[in-house]
Design a protein around this ligand. Structure first.
Ligand code: 5GP
Length: 228
């Protein structure tokens, strides 16, 4: 199965996620190929998910296969994007106003259904059940787990000198019916900031220079933890 940024090979008991060099924005309207991007995002995903596993959060990560693949738990992925915001940015400000970087008192969780034609409409937990994306218990579990994961990731990146503003998670259901954090955790799916810079996909979205230069800095900080 091939998506915009990954090829998924199914081996029954497990899957191999093959991270591509493609980068897209605006529901796939903007598209480029940046050589080496797949390897960078695969390794950052591997390191951060391994860290989350060690903190008791169930992620899809099993093993990193250099340079750009991850062996992962086989999941039935939900057609859902779960955004957790710690500071205001992006589509939150476009919808509701406010200033970039203003902090929320507690993590804000938003659900979006994956649907490029409808530009990923925002929904609430009732819609998830109505559209049979997951059941009520799973929706509650996803919300709770997303908040906890956001705090763990904030602490993880804080140690590396980055401020985590917001992030997008994707969840799947494993063979036993358990909710599991899947897909990717990388500068493609996070807003990572420092006082003097942007280290995430906004560099690409807003034409702010070479995204990979920034992505590489995130990777080298992650590598300094020697987790893999
Ligand atoms: P926003 O809703 O403000 O555009 O995005 C919130 C966070 O979720 C950002 O970190 C952004 O990178 C991530 N995000 C939202 N939608 C997508 C998406 O379709 N693809 C990717 N890679 N990240 C997304």
């Amino acid at each position: 199965m091939e998506g915009k940024t990954k090829i998924v090979e199914d081996f029954g008991d497990y899957v191999i996620l093959n991270f591509k060099d493609d980068i897209t924005a605006g529901d796939g309207e903007k598209h480029n190929v940046l050589e080496g991007k797949g390897a960078i995002c695969a390794e950052i995903t591997a390191i951060s998910m391994k860290y989350l596993n060690s903190r008791g959060i169930y992620t899809q990560f099993l093993d990193f296969i250099t340079p750009n693949k991850i062996k992962a738990v086989s999941l039935k992925m939900l057609p859902l994007e779960v955004v957790v915001r710690l500071k205001k940015a992006g589509s939150f400000i476009r919808r509701y106003g406010g200033n970039e970087g203003e902090e929320f008192k507690e993590p804000l969780v938003e659900f979006f259904i994956k649907d490029d034609e409808r530009h990923d409409p925002m929904v609430c937990k009732n819609h998830l059940v109505l559209f049979e994306i997951c059941n009520e218990k799973q929706a509650e579990e996803i919300e709770k787990s997303a908040k906890k994961t956001a705090i763990e990731l904030k602490n993880f990146f804080e140690k590396l000198g980055f401020d985590l503003w917001d992030m997008k998670f994707e969840y799947g259901i494993d063979n036993e019916g358990k909710v599991c954090l899947g897909d990717e955790i990388s500068p493609d799916t996070l807003r990572l900031r420092k006082k003097d810079g942007i280290f995430d996909k906004d560099v690409y979205r807003k034409y702010l220079g070479d995204p990979l230069e920034k992505y590489r800095e995130v990777l080298s900080a992650c590598r300094s933890l020697n987790l893999l």
